[in-house]
Unconditional design. Structure first.
Lengths: 249, 164
């Protein structure tokens, strides 16, 4: 196939909508053809830009509360059987399709920690883990303006082993927050920040036992923000990154 | 509330008005609960609820106005784009604030805006988009391609205006 034919299908390929065998052939071609790989790279950049620009509006807390009141099932005896069945079916559906929705419904400290671990793993497993790709904190921090309802400081990493890879918006218990990814000796560490008052579960400073969580994690509150630092790096690395954040805030 | 954040974001993009978006989301959940029996288990729940929101939008005053002024399937208009050496992608690489893309998205006809949002932001498959918009997969592909082209054109025009 000549390049023109490949290029005509490039968007479909990048949308992962071509059959698997064709996908593999495409992979091989794109890697070996400078023209197609440049074109693919440009289109990926455009896709990411649309994705970042498109995630723009967040519902207000007041609207969320109003909706929750309207939607939440009322604990009354007169609650119709049909409604209960519909609600139960909805819950099953949602639980099946959205693991995160299931986790959000589970109260308690350990569940929040588990959800943080899931967010960390799911993000790293994604083909585009970060929406703003930059090692420069002065690029990453302003990217969050207007996307999350708070501001934060990022530590200076010069003369440390850590490097910033980028960031993305995230949600915990339906609360918007910032998710930053750092690298230390090929280990990826996630740093999450949320407004403390928006998190329903009261979290104390103690860590979950290793039996419950196989990652190393630190969490603390500072300046009204709840921080989580999590990763498969050593506890010392996690602690060092946490200290840098504490010093920067 | 499944998909609450995302439905709200999508509604804001469709309506360009936060109050209207809230009304639209509220109407969507009310209709979803009321018509839950019409949902066929085994089919895509996300596509189903987005379809309800979109239908509610299309029958709203803003939706009627938006679709009345712009034909749903615009012909492929090559249009004379300003002659600039920079490509939209190179412009985006230079300016990471995302505002350019937001403005270009805002100015797209609703049919293009919604399909780009469903594909890139909601990361729906062509199959899901087809179910949500009630159009064949072939139309999904051609409309997406035209939407991307229109967005590139919009970005180039913005950049040309910015540099003049």
């Amino acid at each position: 196939m000549v390049c023109e034919s490949w290029k005509a299908k490039l968007d479909t390929y990048l949308d992962a909508e071509v059959p698997e065998d064709e996908m593999r052939t495409f992979d091989v071609h794109v890697r070996s053809c400078p023209s197609c790989s440049a074109d693919a790279l440009a289109r990926v950049q455009m896709k990411r830009s649309i994705q970042a620009a498109g995630r723009r509006f967040t519902p207000s807390a007041e609207f969320r509360k109003r909706m929750q009141k309207k939607i939440a099932p009322k604990p009354q005896r007169s609650f119709g059987l049909r409604w209960m069945l519909a609600a139960a079916a909805a819950v099953i559906l949602v639980a099946g399709s959205l693991t995160s929705a299931y986790l959000v419904s589970r109260p308690g400290r350990d569940q929040v920690f588990s959800e943080i671990a899931d967010l960390h793993v799911a993000t790293l497993a994604s083909s585009s883990p970060v929406d703003v790709i930059s090692t420069d904190r002065h690029t990453v921090k302003p990217w969050f303006q207007g996307k999350i309802p708070f501001a934060f400081n990022l530590p200076e990493l010069q003369n440390t082993e850590f490097s910033l890879l980028g960031g993305r918006m995230t949600y915990l218990e339906q609360t918007p927050g910032a998710h930053l990814i750092y690298d230390v000796r090929k280990h990826h560490i996630s740093v999450f920040m949320f407004q403390e008052r928006s998190l329903p579960a009261k979290l104390n400073e103690s860590f979950p036992s290793p039996k419950q969580l196989t990652f190393n994690m630190e969490t603390w509150t500072q300046g009204g923000l709840r921080y989580f630092v999590i990763g498969d790096a050593s506890a010392a690395d996690i602690d060092n990154l946490a200290k840098l954040f504490k010093a920067a805030s | 509330m499944p998909h609450f954040e995302r439905l709200y974001n999508f509604a804001c993009w469709l309506t360009h008005d936060r109050q209207e978006a809230e009304d639209l989301v509220q109407e969507t959940y009310a209709k979803a609960l009321k018509g839950f029996s019409s949902f066929r288990p085994g089919t895509n729940f996300r596509a189903w609820i987005y379809k309800i929101l979109r239908n509610a939008f299309l029958t709203s005053r803003t939706g009627l106005k938006a679709t009345a002024t712009v034909p749903l399937d615009l012909e492929d208009e090559e249009g004379a784009l300003p002659a600039v050496e920079e490509t939209p992608e190179s412009i985006l690489l230079q300016r990471s604030d995302g505002q350019l893309v937001q403005q270009a998205l805002e100015q797209l006809p609703v049919a293009y805006r919604e399909i780009l949002l469903l594909c890139e932001v909601e990361e729906m498959s062509y199959q899901e988009i087809s179910a949500t918009l009630a159009i064949p997969i072939g139309t999904v592909m051609s409309r997406l391609s035209r939407a991307r082209k229109a967005l590139r054109g919009g970005l180039q025009q913005q950049f040309a205006r910015g540099t003049n």
